[in-house]
Structures are given as structure tokens and as C-alpha cells.
Design a protein around this ligand. Structure first.
Ligand SMILES: [Zn+2]
Length: 54
């Protein structure tokens, strides 16, 4: 013990962005200033009042 291991930080490429809601690296969506995976985006979109095109 004693050695400091810095956290792995990726600024570019795969895994650079994670879902700001669940922390998943799964296909984050950058829309409306959000960083969400597809699943969280759907849930939040409903909360925010987004609707499907009629
Ligand atoms: Zn998510």
C-alpha cells in the first residue's frame, strides 16, 4: 500500500462520456446539453415533457 493510483480518465474516444444519470458508458446522447444513455434519455424525456411526433 502507499502507491497512489490515479483514476482512469479518458478524455477522448470510447468511454470518454458517461451517462450523467446512471454512469453507464452505453451510447451516451448529447442532446439539449444532456449526457444520458438511451435508456435514461427516454425516461428523462418523459419527465421533461418531451413527446413523440404525432
Ligand atoms: Zn443512463
Amino acid at each position: 500500500m502507499g502507491k497512489y493510483k490515479p483514476p482512469k480518465v479518458r478524455k477522448y474516444g470510447r468511454g470518454a462520456q458517461v451517462c450523467s444519470r446512471c454512469g453507464s458508458h452505453d451510447a451516451p446522447i448529447r442532446a439539449y446539453g444532456l449526457h444520458l444513455c438511451r435508456q435514461c434519455f427516454r425516461e428523462i424525456a418523459q419527465d421533461m415533457g418531451f413527446r413523440k411526433y404525432r
